[in-house]
Structures are given as C-alpha cells and as structure tokens.
Ligand binder design. Structure first.
Ligand code: ADP
Ligand code: MG
Length: 321
C-alpha cells in the first residue's frame, strides 16, 4: 500500500468532514488552519509513544490509538484547556490492513470521546512510534500551570492512583478476575480529566497530570512553585480493585506508579473543596509547606522521600542520545 493510499483510506475518515468550529481548514492540505475566538489562548502539547517502552509489543491497535490520544489530551486537562484539534505523527513497520483498521477505529472513538479533531500529521516507515500534538483553547491568562502553589494550599488528587501501574503485572495474562480486568481497563483506557481541569481554572493554584507517578509529578509542582509538601500516607486514594490485589502495598504503589492520568492540583487552604468535581471524587492528600522537598507522614512519623520518578535517560532507560 502506498503512503497516500494509507492516509486516504484509514486516517482521512477519522478527520471530521466538514471540520468543527475553530478548524478553518482540516486535513489534506499543506497546513491545517485554526481560528481562535478573541481572548482565547492556544494550549499546545506533544507526546510520543514508542512500542516496547510506552506500551507492550503486539499491544492491540485500538488501545494504542486510545492511549496515544488520551496521554496527550491529559496535558490539556492539566492546563484547564478545552480540546480543539490534534496532529498525528505515525511511524509504522508495515502497512497491515487489520492493524490499520483497528487503529483507525480506536482513534475515531477516542477523538469523539475527547471532542478533538484530527487535522493532519505525517506518516513514515520505521519502528512503531506515535507522536500526537494536541491543540486546545483556554481563556487568555487563565491556564493552569505548575508554578502557582503557595504555602498552606491543600494538595489534592482526582480519582484513584496506582491502578495502571498494577495493570502492568496483568497485561499479558489470560483469564483475569474482575479486579485484574478492572485495573487493565484503567491502563488501556485512561480518561483525561478534562471537565475537572476546566472547572479548576481560576480556582486551583497549580495543576499537573499524573503520568510518571504522584511523587514525581507533584515534585514538578513543588520545584516550579519553589515550595515543599507533606503528604498523609493514609489519605492516598486507592481503588477497591487495587486494594484487593495489593493489600497493604496498595498505597505505596499509588504513590509511585504512573499512567493513571489523574490530576494533582493545589487548592488554596481557605476555600472549601467539593467532595466531587464534575462527578469525579477528589481527595486532599497533603499540604504545601515552605520547606522544599517532599515528606510523607505515616503512623505519626514524618520522613523525607525522593522526588524522582521515571526517567528515560537514567540507568534502565535508553541511555543518553
Ligand atoms: P506533505 O508532503 O505536504 O507534508 P503528506 O503527503 O505528508 O503532505 O500528507 C498529506 C496530507 O495528509 C496532509 O494534510 C497531512 O497533514 C495528512 N497526513 C499525513 N499523515 C497523516 C497522519 N498520520 N495523520 C493525519 N493526517 C496525516
Ligand atoms: Mg505539502
């Protein structure tokens, strides 16, 4: 199959015809064109997924598509932006019809679920790699950032943590029980917290999505804001499924594992925090302090913890380029 045929047959149908409001020119020309409302800013983020590094070899193509788009859209959620359009860099080892059909179906499903339109991309041959660049809109000056956390703010997270990390143990297993299947769904189908992020605009002092693990990602907020935090171990939210599968180790996994794509945000200490935002439960897990670094309170004892999470260039990663 030729490149233009692959694009026309599998990717073109994923793009909306005619394109949505805000997309003046969609896929097919040299450039796509976006038009912003006055007083809106364009929020842009890019994520790359490499087979064998970000998802297992022979991972189902519909899950590849969902995860590629969801992980990128999650950055829009963390900024409080509304999705508008995305481009897709697709590198494929071969043009396999069955793979492409399932991938396109997954991509169409995800783009409809997140209300984001495919407007272009690039297609090449090589080891399976996906790069998604997302474009979203946010009222000028109102994007959530990592740098606004203040002493006394509450540290909060949406949903539950550690589920996708637990799923890594079960992805290649058969005959899963209900809890194992549930954590695997959390890995296959991350749900970017878009409505929560938009609700938090003008209210939260800082926000980030949890992709590399709570400790690592909260660490980015702390560094960018020039503050520290103490977390309460017992307050870390874990799902019944993770509790059943990990028992006493569930909260430890929840602190460190990535891939859940929940939001971590800081909430000014004086304002009351709702129990749910846009239908998603939120938990207060700690408080911002002036002393830099991250501390964990457990059984009335407070100890320092490392801020490092997953790093592609550390030992075990792929090494320096
Ligand atoms: P050019 O050579 O002008 O860069 P291409 O032949 O690479 O154009 O692409 C033709 C059209 O198809 C462009 O509009 C491009 O954005 C789109 N396109 C190419 N690859 C992809 C892809 N993986 N996903 C979505 N659109 C794509
Ligand atoms: Mg061109």
């Amino acid at each position: 199959m030729r490149e233009f045929e692959l694009i026309a047959r599998y990717l073109r149908p994923v793009a909306e015809q005619p394109p949505r409001a805000g997309v003046t020119l969609g896929m097919g020309d040299d450039c796509a064109l976006l038009r912003l409302e006055p007083d809106q800013e364009l929020a842009i983020s890019m994520d790359t997924l490499v087979e064998g590094r970000h998802f297992p070899p022979n991972y189902p193509p519909e899950h590849v598509a969902w995860r590629a788009l969801a992980t990128a859209v999650s950055d829009l959620a963390a900024a409080g932006a509304a999705p508008l359009a995305f481009t897709l860099g697709l590198t494929l080892p071969a043009a396999e019809v069955r793979w492409l059909e399932a991938f396109a179906a997954g991509l169409a499903e995800a783009s409809a679920a997140f209300d984001i339109a495919l407007i272009g991309g690039d297609t090449t041959r090589g080891p399976l790699t996906l790069t998604v660049q997302v474009h979203g809109t946010v009222p000028a000056g109102q994007a959530l950032t990592r740098s606004g956390a203040c002493v006394g703010d509450q540290v909060c997270v949406t949903g539950t943590l550690g589920d996708a990390g637990e799923a890594l143990r079960w992805l290649d297993k058969k005959d899963l029980d209900a809890d194992q299947s549930w954590v695997c769904q959390r890995y296959h189908h991350p749900a970017p917290r878009l409505a929560v992020g938009q609700w938090l605009r003008g209210k939260a002092s800082a926000a980030i999505d949890v992709s590399d693990g709570l400790m690592a990602d909260l660490g980015h907020i702390l560094k960018a804001s020039g503050v520290g935090a103490v977390l309460d171990f017992e307050s870390i939210p874990v799902s019944p499924a993770l509790q059943a599968l990990q028992g006493g180790d569930a909260k430890t996994l929840a602190l460190q594992a990535g891939d859940d794509y929940e939001l971590c945000f800081t909430w000014p200490g004086t304002a009351p925090l709702p129990a749910k935002i846009a239908g998603i439960p939120v938990s207060v897990i700690g408080v911002i302090e002036s002393q830099p670094g991250l501390r964990l309170r457990r059984d009335q004892r407070v100890k320092n913890v490392q801020l490092e999470g997953y790093d592609h260039f550390q030992p075990g990663g792929i090494g320096p380029l």
